[in-house]
Design a protein around this ligand. Structure first.
Ligand code: GLP
Length: 261
């Protein structure tokens, strides 16, 4: 795991955008794995700016989102499809046909999960998967104790996750309690993973993910198995790390070709 600690979430998001922009410049038909949540919003804004000011071209890019609430159509304002359209897709020159989000309204949800896996394979696999981190260590909607080898599946959301996300819903009761999500095995198949976690609420999850044992109780710890996982933190979210000085040391002694941005 490559741990990059930056002074603020703002700087971390700019770096994350730079990493994704480089992937798109080097491979114009890249396949991006995308995430929702508050964390990557600033990163998307920066990618939109790079598109507008520097001509970053998304016309041949394909995207796959991590997850979607069950029961919400893409027109629902709380659906992740809607989130992606409003916060990213409609501001760049991406072909909407190439943007994939699991369909939470599919009549056969198991078939939708299998089909989603197949569509990722047909696209050639994910070049870089963007991830946030739940307060309980979840990635995508893979809640604690879910199989570390899971593929796209149906998950029951934990009470803590629902409470954490209820602020944007306005009411806990109105929230769907189930979601479709790429599995941890699906995420680990991406050629590169880029996880962002900022703020004091993520301290414990970050500590368990980076320095805890590899364990299903902290799904994010599965990234320890990934050969190319980059984790961007800020001072707040990294406050519980025992080896923070070591990560900073490694970061400041990188060879030129190892630098991210
Ligand atoms: C949600 C999403 C995750 C996201 C996480 C953190 O439940 N399914 O993909 O990473 O919560 O959200 P936030 O970035 O708002 O803290």
């Amino acid at each position: 795991m490559e741990i990059l600690i930056r002074d603020s979430a703002e700087i971390g998001c700019i770096l994350g955008a730079k990493i994704i922009a480089r992937v798109v410049r080097e491979k114009p038909d890249a396949v991006l794995g995308l995430a929702t949540g508050r964390t990557p919003l600033r990163l998307y804004q920066e990618l939109i700016r790079l598109h507008r000011d520097e001509g970053l071209d998304f016309s041949r890019v394909t995207t796959f989102n991590l997850d979607e609430y069950i029961g919400f159509a893409g027109t629902h304002v709380q659906s992740y499809r809607y989130f992606m359209r409003e916060n990213f897709f409609r501001h760049i020159n991406i072909d909407p046909q190439r943007t994939h989000v699991p369909d939470g309204t599919a009549t056969n949800l198991h078939a939708e999960c299998r089909g989603y896996e197949q569509r990722i394979l047909d696209a050639g696999g994910i070049d870089i998967q963007l991830l946030g981190l739940g307060r309980n260590g979840h990635i995508g909607f893979n809640e604690p104790t879910g199989s570390l080898r899971s593929r796209t599946w149906i998950k029951i959301l934990s009470e803590q996750t629902l409470r954490d996300n209820s602020a944007v819903f306005g009411s806990f009761e109105a929230m769907p309690k189930h979601a479709l999500t790429m599995g941890i095995g699906t995420i680990l198949d991406a050629r590169r993973c880029l996880l962002l976690a900022f703020g004091p609420a993520k301290v414990r999850a970050v500590e368990h993910m980076v320095e805890g044992p590899l364990a299903a109780i902290c799904p994010g710890s599965a990234l320890q198995l990934h050969p190319r996982a980059t984790v961007i933190l800020d001072e707040n979210s990294s406050a519980g790390l025992h080896y923070a000085d070591h990560y900073r040391w490694v970061d400041s002694h990188k060879l030129d070709w190892q630098r991210n941005g």
